[in-house]
Design a protein around this ligand. Structure first.
Ligand SMILES: [Mg+2]
Length: 360
């Protein structure tokens, strides 16, 4: 047993208040259900990561899966790629898409964090790169531009070069009015992205996206259900808009399928669904080969490391999901985010975790 051997895995469920409520075309949330991982090595080093359950109803199952995986990790090396290979073999028959994939990606990220702490280096450095100030976009939900005008102006004043809002209101005219007003507030020089969160049919998306031509949108995200790659390709062809998708791709195979379908102009990896850093790096190679710019989805702290070594890195998403339980929440500077170390740079605020512990 060396210091780089796993001793145990702990997974703690919490429900934490979000800095900014998450309102999408499919619902609204003001608190984030998270599962926090601590991988403890034989040498006493702790590797940390978190995953996002989206719905608190999924926390008990995620916690239970993590508890079932823990005994099999004890005594194994802090070797994220090797552990991911084992997970892939073990879960080949049931498949890893869904809750299992979320848990194994969380474990994989915690192993990288442990490796970084063992070597006193940021994960970006372990991956062969270095922490870089990455341009970030400030990520909003469905907003009322009157109520949130001040916040939008603050984002611009803080130096963000991109703003994303969610649309897909029941009335298409409301989408147009919101986009018009936000464009007026942020001005012509800040990039504006919109996200439908999978809420439209391809035909409705064609109609609505054509109605937004005048606003110089940087990208139109997930206009139709994520799994409808042909629908994405249709909207792309029919409107000429630049289509973004990828936050719901499962593992690198999801990236491959989207590239084969010519589904998008941009790719957005979610490190919890793409398979941790192991999956991210493999998908990033595919994106480079297909000339697809890659942005990140949530998980700002971990994504900053992955984006630093992504050949076609485009934008990092700034959305403060876990700040309530972090000693040092991610703070953009001049609209840019730089990966922190050692490891992933995550340190828990244990008092906050005690306050927000989910009980079931
Ligand atoms: Mg999205």
């Amino acid at each position: 047993m060396g210091v780089d051997t796993i001793s145990r895995l702990r997974a703690r469920p919490v429900v934490v208040p979000m800095a900014r409520p998450l309102r999408t075309a499919s619902g609204s949330a003001t608190a984030a259900p998270l599962l926090l991982f601590d991988v403890v090595t034989e040498g006493g080093v702790i590797g940390r990561s978190y995953i996002f359950a989206y719905d608190p109803a999924l926390l008990p199952a995620l916690t239970s899966i993590a508890a079932e995986l823990a005994p099999g990790l004890a005594g194994k090396g802090v070797s994220p790629v090797s552990r991911m290979r084992e997970f892939q073999a073990r879960f080949r028959l049931p498949g890893m898409q869904g809750l299992v994939g979320m848990v194994v990606s969380g474990v994989e990220m915690a192993l990288w964090d442990a490796l970084g702490r063992l070597t006193a280096k940021p994960v970006a450095t372990l991956l062969g790169g270095e922490p870089l100030p990455l341009r970030a976009y400030d990520s909003y939900g469905m907003i009322d531009p009157v109520q949130e005008e001040k916040a939008l102006r603050t984002s611009v004043d803080d130096g963000f070069l991109g703003i994303k809002i969610k649309i897909g209101h029941p009335d298409a005219g409301q989408d147009v009015e919101v986009v018009r007003r936000v464009r007026e507030i942020i001005g012509p020089d800040v990039e504006l992205m919109v996200d439908y969160n999978q809420s439209l049919t391809p035909q409705e998306a064609r109609r609505r996206v054509n109605g937004l031509r005048d606003f110089g949108l940087y990208w139109v995200e997930e206009p139709v259900p994520a799994e409808d790659l042909a629908g994405h390709a249709y909207v792309r062809r029919a409107t000429g808009a630049r289509i973004q998708t990828g936050e719901n791709w499962w593992f690198p195979g999801g990236c491959r399928a989207a590239i084969e379908a010519s589904a998008c102009d941009f790719a957005m990896f979610d490190i919890m669904k793409i398979g941790g850093f192991t999956g991210w790096m493999l998908a990033a190679g595919q994106a480079e080969a297909a000339s697809l710019p890659v942005s990140s989805h949530l998980f700002t702290e971990a994504s900053a490391h992955a984006m630093a070594v992504t050949p076609t890195a485009d934008w990092i998403e700034h959305f403060d999901l876990a700040g309530a339980i972090l000693r040092e929440p991610c703070r953009p500077a001049g609209g840019r985010i730089t990966a922190k170390g050692p490891g992933l740079g995550l340190d828990w605020d244990e008092a906050a975790i005690a306050t927000y512990t989910a009980r079931f």
